[in-house]
Design a protein around this ligand. Sequence first.
Ligand SMILES: O=C(O)CCC(=O)C(=O)O
Ligand SMILES: [Fe+2]
Length: 241
Amino acid sequence: MDTLDLCIMRDNPRLADTPRLMRELDAQGWGLLPGLISAEDCADLKNLWAADPAFRSHIHMARHGFGKGEYKYFTYPLPPLISTLRHELYEMLAPVANRWNAYMDIATRYPLRLDEFLARCHDAGQGRPTPLLLRYHDGDYNCLHQDLYGEHVFPLQVVVLLSEPDEDFTGGELVLTEQRPRMQSRAEVVPLHRGDGAVIAVHHRPVRGARGPYRVTMRHGVSPIRSGERFAAGIIFHDAA
Ligand SMILES: O=C(O)CCC(=O)C(=O)O
Ligand SMILES: [Fe+2]
């Protein structure tokens, strides 16, 4: 952990357990931010679903073969909570992204401030905001995918669960798969409660191998919702072409 992580940790109670998160990210390519937002914030975000001016587009996943369920991309200016989280989380994760790239021998480095990274995206024609709100009903699911929207990719993203498992819905687990070179894929379920954040690798993560570092390919999705209604917010840092 470097001093930047320490500053952010001190200043922001939301991100209080940063060292544990860093260890989880390095060991498994994902990590938890328990209680990232309050139950009240979860309710406020869910209520935005019906507020059309908050969004730039509305996707029915079945029409695109992405699964079943719906999501909406927020428009700029983002709702204040989403914008604050996007900035704070980016500042916490940019050093991890840089460390991962150095380890994987990838030349790209990320500025330590989100606005600078977004300027890079916007200059390259990636100007549309990617944070989104997702809604699933029973029978809905999200196919395994990677959220790539152009040449510029920030390698970590955050999913915030806005509904409570076994109360608001059953089933509907966030699932990650890891495709390792010359090996069979491995799946993992991310245990989330309402208000928790999961930091996940967007497309690959570094692994320390016997013969040096290598990359594994990551995907994420959501298993079928068995009953009820499940909302999630996705915070992706690169914008879309
Ligand atoms: O609904 C979920 O938990 C996953 C959402 C998702 O795919 C994303 O935020 O990129
Ligand atoms: Fe996604």
